[in-house]
Design a binder for this molecule. Sequence first.
Ligand SMILES: [Zn+2]
Length: 215
Amino acid sequence: MIQLAVHKSVYELSISAFLINKSKTFNGNLSLVASALQQQALRVYQIQNETFELRCHIEITPLHSFSLKQLNNRVAIVISDNIHNNNAAEAYMGAALIKLNATILQDILQFKNTRTFPHELGHVLGWDHPHANGQFGVHNPHASELEKRIPIAALEKNLMSQTWYIQKSGQPANAGTEIRQEQLDLLKQSILTQRIGRFKKTKWQWGRWVWQYPV
Ligand SMILES: [Zn+2]
């Protein structure tokens, strides 16, 4: 469940998610994972600057057994051995699913990787990569008009830039966690039009979302 309350320049975001282990290789403690992910999200999603204040409440509940019905409209965070290209993670734009590769779990637990989860959460909130695929210094032509308004120079600081982009600009992999007013405006728009946070049951075992390819 994703909720947003906006009052003047204060954005109050509430997320409730389930954490599920579908991996055969990870057998760590799910409560510790949930707590690490929550802390990593809060570090990024609580902001106060001259333009706005973002407050965030995020609750992540480990589920040891579940039914798809139970997941309806909840954000599901799934630890998986089965991720496209063996990427660190994947999420679906605007859909309520984040898959974390079991291979990055130790780094998440040890806070060596603190950026992947907040970045994937951004996709669930409907945010795209602001830069073009594989290109430095170019806006993503498929991003929303609001995201295209983020100045090119700000892309190297942005949460939704891919990690290679952050590193190419000379920063460590966990840097680049800025969230911009344009992205909050987009989030507000997406929530108003109910474009985000859906979990649809299909013939697949896991939900499948039609809007976009995993990112
Ligand atoms: Zn991404």
